[in-house]
Design a binder for this molecule. Sequence first.
Ligand SMILES: [Fe+2]
Length: 205
Amino acid sequence: MAAEVTDALRARVREELPEVEEIRDPELRDKVVEAWALALAKSSFNAISEIEPSGNPGQNTLKAGVQSDHIRGVTRLAMRIAEEMSALFPDLAVDRDILIAGGLCHDIGKPFEFDPRNRAKWDANPRAAGRPAIRHPAYGVHICLTVGLPEEVAHCAAAHSGEGELLTRSLENTIIHHADYAFWATAHAGDLLVPESVLELKVRH
Ligand SMILES: [Fe+2]
C-alpha cells in the first residue's frame, strides 16, 4: 500500500484520465486528481489501469483494455449525451464541469472494492465485515468527501449504480448512470467481454 499521495501518483492520474483537463474550474479539476490519487494510495494499486477492467469484481470483464478505458468511456459518452441533448434542447441545464467530474469519479471506490487483499479477507470470512464490506459506490463517497469534492460529484459515485434506485438521481448522474450501463451493454453486444464474466445486464455496476 502506498502510504501517501505523491506528485508521481497525481501525475499518473492526469496521464490516465486526460479528460480531467476538460473541467474548466481549476479547483474542481485538482480535486478530481487528488481523489483518484488518494483512492489509489489507500489501496494495493499504483495506477487505475492495474484495477481489473470489470463492472464488479469478476463480473463483466473486458477482454482487452483497462479500467481507465471504462472510466474515460463513460465520461466521454456522458459528455456526448449532454452535448447532443443540449444542442436540441437549449433549456437543458447540464452542469458540464459536474458531469465530467462525476463521470471521472463515478467508480472511484473501485480501488477499495477490487483490492485483492480486501477481497481475500472478505472471501475468507464474509460474515465478519460483509462481502464486500463496502461496495465501490459507498466507498467512493468517502473518498470524494475526504478531498472536499462537492456533494454533486459525491452523489455520482454514490448513486450511479443500483443504489440510485433508492433516491432521485441528479440530472448529471442520470446521464452518467445511462452512460455506464450503455458502456457495458455495448461491450457485451460487441463481444468485448470475457464470456464467463457476463452477467444479466440489469446487474449493478
Ligand atoms: Fe462504471
